[in-house]
Design a protein around this ligand. Structure first.
Ligand SMILES: [Zn+2]
Length: 248
């Protein structure tokens, strides 16, 4: 497949940069994703302190819930069209400081820092590149998320239906609805995983996906909305697991 035939900019970016880097040399709309931003913009520099503090505060709360065991999980906020603030890898998410928040570009590369982004930063970048209205991505490894991802992996999704908390998701007005939360096979090659995720991102009103035996990605227009979506997924997944147990 050439970039001209790609269905989205991000799919194109993945193909051009990750899988067939020499395949496409013609200028096109996705080029901005192929030209790494390696210095902070004025907007990003201005927004970074508040974004970093917001990530630190929310990460501490999510860690207190027990959703970020053993230094896992990562969190990000969009700074501008091409840059995001994101947690560095390998830190206890309950004890972060703003020094543990770095800037990355839409290729998942570090910007103006010697800190190394987690490999999963690329999955955050993928979402920001694909959806201009996404302002926050939260990734957690809760026990509920991990168990549900294993239990329902065989069907490739978890159906969340008939529950009042479905109204927590933007665009949902009633409990009388359903959401199929996709489950992707786990994968250490982030670009291959991103390609598999890309195939799921066309669904309407989609605000998350599970990775099997791993955890949940949830997102929203800002931190408040992403937190609401994340907490709703967690609650609804826990309900599905409880119902399975009680009916057994
Ligand atoms: Zn993870």
């Amino acid at each position: 497949m050439t970039c001209a035939r790609s269905k989205s900019m991000q799919a194109c970016s993945i193909q051009c940069r990750g899988i067939n880097p020499n395949e496409d040399t013609q200028p096109h709309a996705a080029l901005r994703y192929n030209s790494p931003m390696l210095t902070l913009t004025t907007v990003a520099r201005t927004k970074l302190p508040d974004c970093a503090q917001s990530i630190v505060d929310n990460a501490a709360e999510l860690a207190a819930f027990g959703w970020t065991p053993a230094t896992s999980s990562n969190f990000s906020l969009r700074l501008d069209e091409q840059l995001l603030a994101v947690t560095v890898s390998g830190k206890d998410k309950g004890k972060l400081t703003t020094a543990d928040i770095m800037v990355a570009n839409l290729q998942g590369e570090a910007v103006e820092t010697d800190l190394r982004p987690s490999a999963e930063t690329f999955l955050h970048s993928q979402l920001y590149a694909r959806f201009p209205d996404i302002g926050c991505v939260l990734h957690t490894h809760s026990r509920t998320q991990t168990v549900a991802s294993r239990l329902f992996a065989w069907q490739g999704y978890v159906r969340l239906a008939g529950m009042e908390l479905l109204k927590a998701f933007r665009g949902h007005q009633t409990h009388d609805a359903s959401i199929d939360l996709p489950i992707l096979p786990n994968q250490q090659d982030m670009r291959l995983l991103a390609t598999q995720i890309e195939a799921k991102l066309g669904a309407p009103n989609l605000y998350g996906y599970l990775i099997e035996g791993h955890g949940l990605y949830a997102w929203g227009r800002d931190m408040t909305e992403a937190r609401r979506h994340l907490e709703a997924f967690e609650f609804l997944l826990a309900c599905e697991l409880d119902l399975r147990n009680l009916r057994a």
